[in-house]
Design a protein around this ligand. Structure first.
Ligand code: SF4
Length: 436
């Protein structure tokens, strides 16, 4: 391989998984991944359009590539992912140094497009329709100890703030046997942990009716050699008793659930079109904690949704105090054109949004810290991820409950399972000592 490939990925785990697959396809036609962008013969930016701030950052990065195109005219530059799907050829008009724009449902065209561009200089935009088959070849990178496996694509939910159903299309579930084959191949290639991915994994199989998500989990758990199973994202309205029972009864399924509540007042949940009430969410959490007592629960919360009153926001703070999430990813509502909420005429002032975000984070951070402080002296199994970014003597890893653990590096390597004792818990991570 003498051609070099650089993929820059923004956004969610789904995009990370898509980038891994695109990289594998491009390696099959002679492109070797590089970390040095100046060396690349092919650059892809895999984009996210969930928030306006992400799009601005991506546009800045697209602009930076112009310098490289001027230095090396043979460089091929493509934009993929949600923003490519949403903006299509207008992206190319805005940045004429882009060679191709590839939508979320057309990734199988990637190799053809790159091969065409290697032969002839042209501009290509492929964003219409979905041509990607749901039956894919098993994809299992060699040596990865932890790997992501998409089980479905798209979303049917149309939360009023979210652009995803418009850029990723309707739900398409992969066949259970294809997923299990891919899990088996990943384990044969060294994986010990897999994360099953989808915009809403809890509605897996509702289209083909060959298996529910709970049944799929059982089949995946039966794969010999696999030690840990994770999944995301779970929509509360589709979280079934059957799934909770499978989580409780299968020791390979990690005791962590990311269950985005988004808001703590029914009036706003209804305007968000989330399909559940605060009471229903509370009952789910009670059941989960009764069936899986050691479960760690994380969530997403949005502040500043149109029409949010101080009283709605106070209720949300109260609900957060009551739920005691291990951690919450907190976001300011971002007005996405093309979504219903962007047209609501009661948008919230930026200053109020920021002030509420700070108040929400202060409440959640205190809870996260209290929960973590109670772990002092406790022992956990950790899957080692590698050296920390800032200090190569410090390694990090994850507990089954998905808590980030930092410890002084000894003999261990990425992918090892070790046991640690927590010595210094903090809000977002746990410092620990190795015990075996
Ligand atoms: S469930 Fe709602 S928030 Fe999640 S991807 Fe679908 S529309 Fe967006």
């Amino acid at each position: 391989m003498d051609k070099k490939l650089k993929i820059i990925t923004y956004g969610c785990q789904m995009n990370v998984a898509d980038s891994e697959r695109m990289s594998a396809r491009l390696q099959s036609i002679g492109y070797a991944p590089t970390d040095v962008i100046d060396d690349a013969d092919l650059i892809l930016i895999n984009t996210c359009s969930v928030r306006e701030s992400a799009e601005e950052k991506i546009l800045g990065k697209i602009g930076e590539i112009k310098r490289l195109k001027l230095q090396k005219p043979s460089l091929i530059f493509g934009v993929t992912g949600c923003m490519a799907q949403k903006d299509g050829d207008s992206l190319m008009r805005r940045a004429p140094h882009i060679d191709f724009v590839l939508g979320t449902g057309r990734q199988m065209e990637l190799v053809n497009i790159v091969q065409k561009l290697e032969s002839f200089h042209q501009k290509i935009v492929e964003v219409d329709g979905v041509s990607d088959p749901i039956v894919e070849d098993a994809f299992a990178p060699r040596g990865a100890r932890s790997t992501f496996i998409p089980i479905m694509y798209g979303c049917n939910n149309f939360c009023t703030y979210c652009i995803v159903p418009y850029v990723r299309g309707r739900e398409r579930s992969r066949q259970p046997e294809d997923i299990v084959r891919e899990v088996r191949a990943a384990v044969e290639n060294g994986a010990v942990e897999i994360t099953l991915l989808g915009q809403n994994v809890n509605s897996y199989g509702k289209d083909h009716r060959r298996a529910t998500f709970a049944q799929l989990l059982k089949e995946v758990a039966a794969v010999d050699g696999l030690r840990r199973i994770r999944f995301m994202t779970s929509h509360p309205k589709d979280l079934s008793d059957e799934l909770i029972e499978v989580m409780a009864s299968n020791e390979k399924i990690c005791e962590h659930l990311h269950l985005p509540v988004q808001y703590g007042a029914d009036r706003v949940l209804q305007r968000m079109n989330r399909g559940y009430t605060v009471a229903r969410y509370r009952r789910l959490v009670e059941k989960l904690r009764a069936e899986v007592p050691s479960i760690a629960l994380t969530t997403d919360l949005i502040v500043g949704f149109p029409g949010e009153t101080e009283s709605d926001f106070e209720r949300t703070l109260e609900f957060v105090r009551e739920m005691r999430f291990d951690a919450a990813y907190t976001f300011i509502y971002s007005q996405r054109s093309g979504t219903p909420a962007a047209t609501f005429d009661d948008q919230i002032d930026d200053r109020i949004k920021h002030e509420r975000l700070e108040r929400l984070m202060a409440v959640q951070n205190e809870i996260s810290r209290e929960i973590n402080e109670r772990l002092t002296g406790k022992e956990f199994e950790v899957l080692v991820e590698g050296a920390s970014r800032t200090d190569e003597k410090i390694f990090n890893g994850r507990t089954r409950t998905n808590k980030l653990v930092l410890f002084t590096h000894g003999e261990e390597r990425a992918g090892d399972f070790i046991r640690v004792r927590i010595t210094q818990p903090q809000t977002w991570l746990l410092r620990a000592e190795r015990i075996c």
